[in-house]
Design a protein around this ligand. Sequence first.
Ligand code: BEZ
Length: 251
Amino acid sequence: MTYDKDEEAKPLWLVGYGSLLFKPPLHDKAISKSFKKFPGYLSGFARRFWQSSYDNRGTPEQKGRVVTIIPAAEIASHDEFKDDILHYELHSQEHCNEVINNAKLLHNALKVWGCIYYIPPKYAREASEYLDFREKDGYSSHKVSFNVVLDSKQEQDPRIQSIMSKLPKNKAGEPVIDSIVYVGTIENESFVGPENVKKTADIIRVCKGDSGPNIEYLLGLNDAMKDLDPSGRNRSHDPYLEDLVNFVEKN
Ligand code: BEZ
């Protein structure tokens, strides 16, 4: 991400849907204590372990698997993605065959639960330089709207109320934040594309890289996803992730 003069005065709002959920940016530095983290979701994406990793969770000889998010518009216009999305995200959706082929309907049907970090203006540049390095294998930064779902303790915190009150709201009354997310787009060299979940599990079980075993990444993400939805309605449940964890643990 490049920085111009205007951006220097702004905080960085950074979305996490993968390793950032369990490993905050600059986690080994004291400044990370000033970052704030809120749960919520992105509309219009599906999360998959369809990005290969030759560095953090694998090697050039034995590439691991890490997550990326696929936009609804790409899914609706590429037949090769559709069966997987119909199987996991749309299995109980009415008119699913209409939805999967219509980017707008699909955008409304898909949600990726995750978190957003508030990084104060004075640390925004350092954090994005750190991430550009940490996620060098195929990821690029993109602008997205993140929907915040505060937990009850956060809702009562006057400092958080003051930040949230200035933000626009979605139809559900949830604050919406213009933010940055790192995505392994379908054109990047490390994008694997649709892969049988058993094959992905077999790869994750054996690979390791500079940041540790691939399985640690999967289980770290799975743990961080539990109870992410503060409403207690378990809206953050991800059937694809659950299937993948089951396959990895079965063998
Ligand atoms: C994440 O945790 O959201 C993430 C961070 C960098 C690259 C990809 C995903």
